[in-house]
Design a protein around this ligand. Structure first.
Ligand code: GP9
Ligand code: MN
Length: 626
């Protein structure tokens, strides 16, 4: 008599439990936006489709042991891939890309951040691995291991049919899903994490070949676009106002504009920066957006120095550090400036040791330039107050004029701070991340104030302009619930989400007296042309995508790296347009004028990408070095 359990086809069982697990992760561990029933359906189907595709291959394996081994390892590898993405997602609200894997070195430096991303209950994600492992090993006898040819062909045909069906539904719900590749969330939602990774791998090899085949023939159309659409007529009134002055640039970690002028538990979050907003020597930009993607701080640096967009995948500091650039430090160097970066982290982090010299920086004061010990560090390293204080001795020895960039670190996820360093209480919500954020933002505010005082004491202040810019968001959309509580909103809408991408920009010109709050729609892409103009440096031959913020002749829109954009009237995000001022969702007729920007926006991003992928500046002569 046949034993009852003998006919379990393990690959089908594995598909069911692994598929269900994957679905649970998509639905409850990631926060994917589901807009309608169709999206719910696709999300439910795709985990089973991908699982079946992989596990059904096992029927072709002849020896039962190998067949079981295949299933075991596939379930394990699949689970590890999901888990790695989950941990990554908890920090970045995004999925891993291949170029990002190359940055694995950075993970080691995350230290405590990583630990806070791993939860005890994650163990349930490995239950299916245990079941399959157990069934395949101990009870090998009960599991079906041989299939007739017709069964094999059926399994193969079914897996293909399921895949095609899945892609068909996805394409129906989201036309051009594959060509508009920069929204990873959509890809994962519609075709699943595994197919997304395959797609990412294909894209990656395409990028690699692009460099080889580029020959500069793409340049004339890019040049024409930049001349017609980007470059501004005339000069701003502030052209040359800071000629010959030092530029002290503070890249303020993870600060978002919503904290400026705001309170927590009845106390001001950023008293010093609030005073700076009102200061007669300061221009404060209230509608200034970060435009970073996966490269976070390094992307914001890339935008600032080059006025080019960072890449949709990976950190350009890693992927294209050997390219030719026409970066601001190089241009300033040609004008007699000494250019340097101060940042208390390993010099290899974000590949800065390679990228900085290539951008034209003369020197990088990295972690080794500082005395870092247990008492003066927290989270990612040296505390900001110590950082600024210890930097002063170096700053004072620099030959003027200089461009000195300071990158702060303390206000970094997960926003750890010693109790004694907390001047205000934590917030109270379901998100520890948001709760912790306010005291660390305050700490950064205080450290910048101290730095200003040190600059004054050292007699540097009057000879300098000081720019403070937020590098990117600190609170991801994972914390929307807590954020809506803090902002006293019912929910965080897609419109609100875009508005939360605003980061503060202060341009402080000591003795100027004409500062004001500017509502100009602006972004990090604008920093290079703005700084060069303030210093009175002509840069007509260059190719870049930003505008001088003080010149009225502006292009009128800011592009976020995911293809969303902002104009003075509209915000475009997730295929919808909103009224910029009211946040109201526009119906199709009202949105027409807004949609008109879409083509130009995509064109601009792809021109910038072409420059980087093709390393096109190697074909351009930007003029003689001085
Ligand atoms: C690392 C620091 C932080 O050196 O700039 O990087 P981030 O995680 O914000 O991109
Ligand atoms: Mn950062």
């Amino acid at each position: 008599m046949k034993r009852k359990g003998k006919n379990i086809p393990l690959y089908v069982l594995a598909t069911l439990i692994f598929g269900l697990k994957t679905y649970i992760v998509y639905r409850f561990f990631f926060s994917l936006d589901l807009e309608n029933g169709m999206q719910e359906l696709i999300l439910f189907i795709n985990p089973f489709v991908s699982a079946f595709l992989v596990f059904a291959v096992s029927v072709w394996i002849k020896t039962p042991e190998r067949q079981m081994k295949y299933l075991r390892y596939m379930v394990l590898i699949g689970t590890l891939i999901i888990y790695a993405n989950l941990v990554f997602y908890r920090s970045f609200s995004d999925f891993i890309t291949l170029p990002q894997l190359g940055q694995g070195g950075n993970a080691g430096d995350l230290g405590s951040s990583i630990l806070s991303l791993i939860k005890v209950y994650d163990i349930i994600l490995f239950i299916d691995v245990i079941i399959v492992w157990y069934l395949s090993k101990k009870h090998v006898i009960k599991v079906k291991t041989s299939y007739p040819k017709s069964g094999k062909i059926c399994a193969f045909a079914l897996s293909l049919a399921l895949l095609v069906g899945n892609f068909f539904l996805a394409e129906m719900e989201r036309p051009q899903l594959f060509t508009r590749a920069f929204d990873r969330e959509y890809l994962v939602k519609y075709i699943g994490l595994f197919n997304y990774h395959i797609y990412d791998a294909v894209l990656h090899s395409k990028v690699k070949t692009q460099h080889v085949f580029a020959d500069g023939s793409e340049l004339p159309s890019i040049d024409e676009y930049v001349n017609n659409e980007i470059k501004q007529n005339g000069k701003s009134d502030l052209f040359g106002i800071a000629e010959g002055k030092n530029v002290i640039f503070i890249s303020a970690e993870s600060i978002q504009s919503f904290v400026i002028g705001n309170t927590v538990n009845g106390q001001e979050v950023t008293p010093f920066l609030n005073r700076l907003v009102e200061d007669e020597d300061t221009y404060y930009f209230e509608n200034f957006y970060h435009q970073t993607e996966q490269g976070k701080t390094s992307d914001s640096e890339f935008l600032t120095e080059n006025s080019l967009y960072p890449l949709p995948r990976g950190a350009v500091f890693y992927t294209h550090a050997q390219n030719d650039y026409r970066a601001m430090p190089e241009i300033l160097g040609n004008e007699g400036y000494y250019t340097t970066v101060f940042h208390a982290n390993n010099d290899s982090f974000y590949n800065r040791d390679q990228m900085y010299p290539n951008l034209g920086f003369d020197y990088y004061y990295d972690q080794d330039a500082y005395e870092v010990n247990e008492n003066n560090s927290i989270g990612w390293g040296l505390k900001d107050k110590q950082f600024f204080e210890q930097s002063m001795k170096y700053l004072q020895t620099l030959e003027e004029p200089y461009y000195a960039k300071f990158i702060t670190l303390t206000n970094h996820f997960p926003f750890e701070l010693d109790v004694k360093d907390r001047s205000i209480d934590r917030y109270d919500s379901n998100s520890n991340t948001l709760n912790n954020y306010f005291p660390t933002v305050r700490y950064m505010d205080e450290s910048i104030e101290l730095f200003f005082n040190q600059l004054k004491d050292a007699g540097i202040y009057e000879d300098s302009i000081i720019i403070i810019m937020g590098d990117h968001y600190g609170i991801s959309s994972n914390h929307n619930k807590a954020m809506s509580q803090y902002l006293d909103k019912e929910e965080i809408t897609p419109y609100d989400h875009v508005q939360l991408q605003r980061v503060p920009l202060f341009i402080h010109i000591p003795g100027h007296g004409e500062g004001e709050v500017k509502s100009t729609i602006s972004g990090q892409i604008d920093m290079k042309p703005t700084i060069l103009s303030l210093l009175g440096i002509e840069n007509d031959e260059d190719i870049y995508f930003g505008n001088d913020l003080f010149n009225e002749d502006r292009k009128g829109y800011v592009i976020l790296r995911n293809g969303d954009y902002i104009t003075k009237d509209y915000i475009y995000t997730s295929d919808n347009c909103y009224n910029f001022t009211t946040g109201e969702l526009l119906d199709e007729t009202d949105a027409n004028a807004c949609f008109e920007f879409t083509e130009k926006v995509n064109q601009e991003l792809s021109y910038s990408d072409d420059i980087i992928y093709g390393d096109l500046f190697r074909f351009v002569d930007f003029g003689e070095e001085k």
